[in-house]
Structures are given as C-alpha cells and as structure tokens.
Design a protein around this ligand. Structure first.
Ligand code: AMP
Length: 283
C-alpha cells in the first residue's frame, strides 16, 4: 500500500503506471466500515491496481451540515485498507488522503458539475447543493486517477445514478460498477453516521429498514395504492419516502418493471439514508 497526501507526488507516481494496467477507483470520505471495504474488495478482485481516495469533501456539505463533526480516522482506515490488500496477492492499493481540499480543487475553483434533471429531486430537495458537490469531486478524482473502473455503493442510490449519468453525458471513459447495500445483522445499512446514534436511537433507527422491507412486500403496479401505503407509514421523522422507476428515477408509469423505494429517516439529529429495489413486473 502506498499513501499520498499531495496531488503532485501522486501524479508523478501515477505517470509510471502502464496504460494497459487495469485500475479501479474507490472514492470515500474515510471512517471506513465494511461497506467501503466491500467496494475495495470488488475492485481488488478485478483490477491490478486499486485507488482509494479518503477525503471529506466540503463541497457536498451545506453550511448547516456536519462537515466539522464528520468522523476522521485516517490511521485506522489505512490499517483496514492494508489488511484488505494483504488478502489479495499481487494486487496493489494506492491511497490518496489529502489533508487540504486545495490538493483536490486547487486554490480557487469556479467550474462545477450539476445535473439539472436529476440533481434537484428526492435527496436534492432536502440538500440542494449536495449532488453538485459530489459530481464535482468525483469528476476531479476521475481526472486525477484516470481509472478504468470506479466503484460506488447502492446505499447512495441517487448518487450512483447521477454518477452514471455524468459519465454518459460527459463521455467519460470509466466503467461505473456498484455493490449492494452492506448491512449490520439487524438490517441497518452500514454508515459512518451510525456512530452518532445512542443505544435508544439505534433501536429506533431500525424503523427505516424494517419499513422499507414491509413496503417492498406490498407495493405493486398501481401508483395510487403504492402512495396510500407510503402515506400510511410516514410520520414527521421521514424526511422523504419516495417510490421511483429504477430506469430513470422518475415517477412510476405503466411501463415500469422495477421500482426503488428511497428514504431518509431522521433519528435525533442523524439523517439515515436507505433504499430497496422491488421488481413489480408480475405483481
Ligand atoms: P462515503 O464514505 O459515505 O462517501 O461512501 C463512499 C462509498 O461507499 C459510496 O460509494 C457509498 O455508496 C459506499 N457505501 C457507504 N455505505 C455503504 C453500505 N452500507 N453499503 C454499500 N456501500 C456503501
């Protein structure tokens, strides 16, 4: 494992990698858990060299959000990455962990990437600038690493959708691969934000995956019935709970074969994000 804190040193190293090498990028904000490590495992299984970026991207946090509080655990993260690398012989991991956002964005930036169709719906209603920040940093990371493949979790479903759309819209030469949501034994999706939860809150948090699972077993092709089912479970703690067509993230239509239930459930001050895909073709 090699670790770089400065972009210039990283770029010098990357220049020496032959262009035929299979490479995979795993972008993260650190505080690595088994969800992140599952992404790295997939990249290691496919690519000769895997890149892991560890960077808490200020652009994707609004002024009122938890940027300064976001857990930073670089030493532990590096141990986890190294242990995963050791399980894969003849594979190399390169970590980029910039200490300053200038290493990614330079000292001033004015060009950002925004999806005007899909960036302001669902999660984008609650967090209007969020996806612009995500797409801008992911684009920069793609330019820095020029990976053949990049790995993202379905946990951030709309984010994955937007990143795929960006690579298509901007003709980026990178294959976007994904993994299923990694969960704790009780069903709660793994997240760096779970550690903010008290014991009591942790119990309440299970309402999120349990409700999604229950709804998934009931929803079908009738949009009105689906909406009634959703309204019946929603209370003030649901920031949103929406049903969308997995093809386009739009409302379901007669042509819809598969849907995704996307939700943010608030427990205390913590926003928990989750989703579930459901095939409704034969329902
Ligand atoms: P983050 O560090 O939160 O920006 O996440 C980095 C990557 O890990 C993103 O592609 C996430 O979708 C993915 N990820 C985070 N949590 C999970 C999880 N529980 N299961 C699968 N992927 C995840």
């Amino acid at each position: 494992m090699k670790v770089f804190n400065h972009r210039s040193n990283l770029l010098s190293y990357l220049k020496e990698i032959p262009s035929s090498t299979n490479t995979g990028l795993v972008p993260t904000m650190g505080n690595l858990h088994d969800g992140h490590l599952a992404l790295l495992k997939k990249s290691l299984s496919i690519n000769e060299i895997s890149f892991v970026s560890i960077f808490v991207n200020p652009l994707q946090f609004s002024a009122s959000e938890d940027l300064s509080k976001y857990p930073r655990t670089l030493e532990e993260d590096l141990k986890k990455v190294e242990a995963m690398e050791k399980k894969h012989t003849n594979k190399e991991v390169i970590v980029f962990a910039p200490k300053d956002s200038k290493e990614i964005f330079g000292s001033s930036y004015g060009t950002t990437i925004r999806n005007s169709l899909l960036g302001s719906i669902i999660e984008g209603v609650d967090r209007p600038e969020h996806f612009e920040g995500v797409l801008t940093v992911v684009y920069r990371l793609f330019r820095i690493f020029k990976p053949k493949n990049a790995y993202f979790g379905k946990k951030d479903y709309q984010q994955l959708f937007l990143i795929k759309a960006m690579t298509q819209d901007l003709l980026l030469n990178v294959f976007i691969d994904s993994i299923e949501i990694q969960r704790d034994a009780d069903g709660l999706a793994l997240s760096s934000r779970n550690q903010y939860l008290s014991n009591e809150e942790r119990k309440k948090a299970l309402t999120l995956p349990k409700t999604l699972k229950k709804l998934a077993s009931k929803i079908g092709q009738c949009a009105e019935t689906n909406q009634e089912l959703i309204e019946a479970v929603k209370d003030k703690d649901w920031r949103y709970l929406e049903i969308k067509d997995t093809q386009n993230l739009q409302d379901i239509s007669k042509k819809t074969k598969e849907v995704v239930l996307l939700a943010v459930y608030k427990v205390g001050n913590t926003r928990l994000l989750d989703n579930i895909e459901v095939n409704i073709e034969k329902s």
